[in-house]
Ligand binder design. Structure first.
Ligand code: ADP
Length: 165
């Protein structure tokens, strides 16, 4: 079984095969981790994203990592939280599932996730972290991925993940 670890830091700095972006439907950049990834990866990333013609909520699409240490970026579109009865949990799980599939398709053995939807999209952190860890753990049973990092940007997020992983 692959290792899952919780790391505090900036996901753009991680030297893993793939990092996951918390993108929006346009895939053309935004605030939060999305903005940080576009700044660090360089302008080529935007050109690559333009060719993807957006992405549905609950899914993800891959690009090269360009100037990042990571080889790949999986751009996942998490749900905006609107009370919890609009399929938010399933859509969030879909992001993690699709990213683990993309890891297989791109032969990525190490992958780092931010806490998708828990920033600007306001998904409750505890529930989001449970979905993240549960969905990844399920997928690891039939996966070649051997290292999964939950990259947390602040102490509160680290604490929540550490209790679950
Ligand atoms: P969303 O719109 O999906 O909520 P955000 O980027 O607003 O996406 O937030 C998702 C999570 O990513 C939040 O926990 C936020 O603190 C975190 N985050 C922001 N910048 C970075 C970064 N450079 N590396 C890792 N996580 C980050």
């Amino acid at each position: 079984m692959a290792r899952m670890e919780v790391v505090r830091g900036d996901i753009t700095q991680l030297a893993v095969d793939a990092i996951v972006n918390a993108a929006n439907n346009s895939l053309l950049g935004g605030g939060g981790v999305d903005g940080a990834i576009h700044r660090a990866a360089g302008k080529e990333l935007l050109r690559a994203c333009e060719k993807l013609h957006g992405c549905a909520t609950g899914s993800a699409k891959a690009t090269s990592g360009f100037d990042l240490p990571a080889k790949w970026i999986f751009h996942a579109v998490g749900p905006v939280w609107s009370g919890g009865s609009h399929g938010e949990a399933d859509l969030l799980a879909g992001c993690y599932r699709r990213c683990m599939e993309l890891a297989g398709e791109h032969n990525a053995k190490s992958i780092a996730f931010p806490a998708i939807s828990t920033g600007i999209y306001r998904f409750p952190l505890q529930q989001a972290a449970e979905i993240a860890v549960h969905t990844v753990r399920q997928h690891l049973q039939s996966s070649d991925v051997d290292r999964v990092i939950f990259c947390c940007f602040d102490d509160a997020t680290v604490e929540v993940y550490q209790k679950i992983v």
